[in-house]
Write a new protein. Sequence first.
Lengths: 323, 268
Amino acid sequence: MSKTVIVSIKGLSRSFGDVRAVAGVDLDIQEGEFITLLGPSGSGKTTVLRMIAGFEKPDAGTIELAGIDVSQLPPYERDVNTVFQDYALFPHMNVISNIEYGLKVKGVAKQECTTRALEALRQVRLEGYGERKPSQLSGGQRQRVALARALVNRPSVLLLDEPLGALDLKLREQMQIELKQLQREVGITFIFVTHDQEEALTMSDRIAVFNNGKIEQLGTPREIYENPVSAFVSEFVGQTNKLTIAGKNINIRPESISVSQSTGAGNQSLSGVLQDIIFVGAITRYLVHTSSGVVISVNPIGDLNVGDAVMLSWDKEKEFLVH
Amino acid sequence: MTISRNARLLLASLLGVGLAFIYIPLSVVIINSFNASKTFSWPPSHFTTIWWSKALENTGVRQALKWSVFAGLSATAIALVLGTCLAFAVSRYKFFGREVISLLVVLPISLPGVVTGIALNSAFTKQLGMSTGLLTVVIGHATFCIVIVYNNAIARLRRMGTTLQEASMDLGANGITTFRLITLPNLASALFAGGLLAFGLSFDEIVVTTFTAGPGIQTLPIWIYNNLFRPNQAPIVNVVAATLVVLSVIPIYLSQRLSQDSTTGGRF
């Protein structure tokens, strides 16, 4: 990659009492990329984000921002801005004052504050809402204001701490696409924290999967999904069938397996009995009882009914190993 | 919960009796301040405002009112500064003995006033060698006014959480700017409510005042106490008592209204 590194994290650690929340994290983030820190709660992803923002000081390690170690600087001396999980809009200020806040405290002229705030408001498609108080906005609108309030400062890095967590599913999916578009438009590096693997796969250029305070795997969504390096990653990102065939452990995704009454097209096969059919909208899951447990497939061939003797079939290349 | 009709009637009448027991004597005092009869013959035959104008002309009353207002305002001001600082320390920082300090700050409100009064009097006059005067009244009142401000401030700080401050710092504001533009405006209504309540308490306090006021200092409650049994002062005592009721009730009413408003206007 020819792009420059904007954030460089080395040996980052942080403990809370006896708990090692972050246990030696190394991570280089490229300028302009959308990177997601993905992991279950307590995996250390949020603590890493808070250390980049400056709300927590690391016990060990450094955080370089554009080549300068900022790990000991207070939040207000770092060129990063945060979109908080609960938005943290100032309740006593209207929308425009909220957005202008960062510029105002940095001494930007009043005229320019207003121009840039209105521009940011347009960017998040909330023109005309400037005079409202945060309490008069819906969750989705508050989220956009929080985004505008951070982006108006044109930080070199934008930190997003589970910003879509409080929105309902439909709005969340819409915001995922909007966020991604906005990020391309402004060209700012986004560091996005989430526990939602689908969200991570949808939006990210790269994903860092966190577990027990460490990065378990770093890669593009496709790399993470198709070549998970560990059992943890394969189970946390997507669904995995774990099979034992002829004494060998193999892992395979449900969409790589077809299920039919005759032998399928793949070069591997396993017989079983169709135990259940679960309709979940866009896909239908077929649960097949086999000699190595219940296997899930989402690719039926022909008409199948519960209780049928069926054949599972897949290509050997689709299997993956984990440690 | 459902209550039977009879039980409800019984409870309602008990409530009525309880409220009447408190408020009828109080209204008699206020009505008597307009009673033309000097011996307060009941029912009042004529309406008059003569006692009010006499009270206003009475130099003792006017001086007592000034001292009361001064003591109330000063004690409230001290309580606002110290109570807010304490609330910040206890809610934002972890330090050894934090829980103990929190308890020690709140304790004075439950201590018997007579004990606080005697203790302060002895501390001022014997240990510190001060003579009692208006200053000692102010300090005495501040001991319980702090509790009120502290309780209001800490409740608001806890509900506010720390993310608003973090957001402000994240946007480039240092600690002082954050306090001025974010924390204080969100704390203001709680402090105002606490301040009003503290003033109300100080204004009608008599026990601690008795022990901390010097011989020449009379706050309104002390003036009433000293003039209660002088027959020719009785009409004026009624006026002063009525004033005291009104001036203590208004701040408490306002402060309750404010706290109610702010519970619905929390954080987002």
